[in-house]
Ligand binder design. Structure first.
Ligand SMILES: [Zn+2]
Length: 240
């Protein structure tokens, strides 16, 4: 099984390629590209959250607890909350993730269970999409895809490691097929996973529709501003 280091190396390489490609194409600003690279790299350790207490779990939970409140800040600000409430909300989210998620993972996760599956990659991507409230819809899709890409890199690396080259061609280990899968052995885990996909998917679709609409409105306003420049057009002369 590839370890923590192999996974983080793999997803970082993929993330750098992804960010660089987006930057090269030019539709995405460099900072968003950098964020995509970082998230792709970190998402490469997410599936191993199920491997029990250890570096992947401790580090990724602590990282998520710190980064998710920051990603949520613009969303919380949309509610017009005062600064005090923002600080309290961020603190509460941090504690919830740091201790709540750790408790759930320690007690309910099975290694190579539904954490290593394609629907879980979708959950990770949808969560990133909902948390990251960018003005431009394209940036949100880009960031969410970065998370899915990092997650899938992990699953594929797990599968690659389960194939060994023997004397008579490739040999398959027992763990083959337990990473890139759609259903696990536990019925309740499958149900919870797919319910999450449906609920988060519906929320994301609703949210995407709102952002798309806002983006269209913004475009129209900008176009109108270009068509009807404010009068007078001469540059103003300021007095000292
Ligand atoms: Zn794994």
């Amino acid at each position: 099984m590839p370890g923590f280091r192999e996974h983080i190396t793999g997803s970082t390489i993929v993330g750098v390629g992804y960010g660089a490609a987006a930057w090269y194409v030019g539709e995405i600003p460099p900072l968003t590209c950098l964020l995509g690279t970082g998230l792709c790299s970190v998402a490469g350790m997410l599936p191993d959250l199920d491997s029990g207490p250890g570096i992947p779990m401790r580090e990724s939970v602590a990282f998520a607890a710190a980064v998710i409140p920051v990603m949520l800040l613009p969303r919380l600000e949309q509610f017009g909350l005062p600064t005090e409430a923002l600080i309290i909300a961020c603190g509460a989210i941090y504690l919830l993730i740091r201790f709540g998620v750790t408790y759930l993972l320690k007690n309910f996760s099975v290694h190579r269970g539904m954490f290593h599956s394609v629907p879980s990659a979708a959950i990770a991507g949808l969560t990133a999409f909902l948390a990251f409230a960018a003005e431009d819809p394209l940036h949100r899709y880009f960031v969410a895809s970065a998370v899915v890409l990092g997650f899938l890199t992990h699953l594929i690396l797990d599968e690659i490691w389960s194939v060994k080259l023997g004397m008579f061609g490739p040999k398959v280990k027992k763990s083959f097929g337990t990473a890139v899968k759609f259903l696990g052995n536990e019925a309740w885990a499958n149900i919870v996973t797919y319910l999450l996909v449906i609920v988060l998917g519906a929320l994301a679709a609703n949210d995407a529709a709102i952002t798309e609409k806002l983006a269209v409105v913004r475009q129209q306003v900008e176009q109108a501003a270009r068509q009807y420049p404010s009068y007078p057009v001469t540059t103003p002369v300021y007095r000292r």
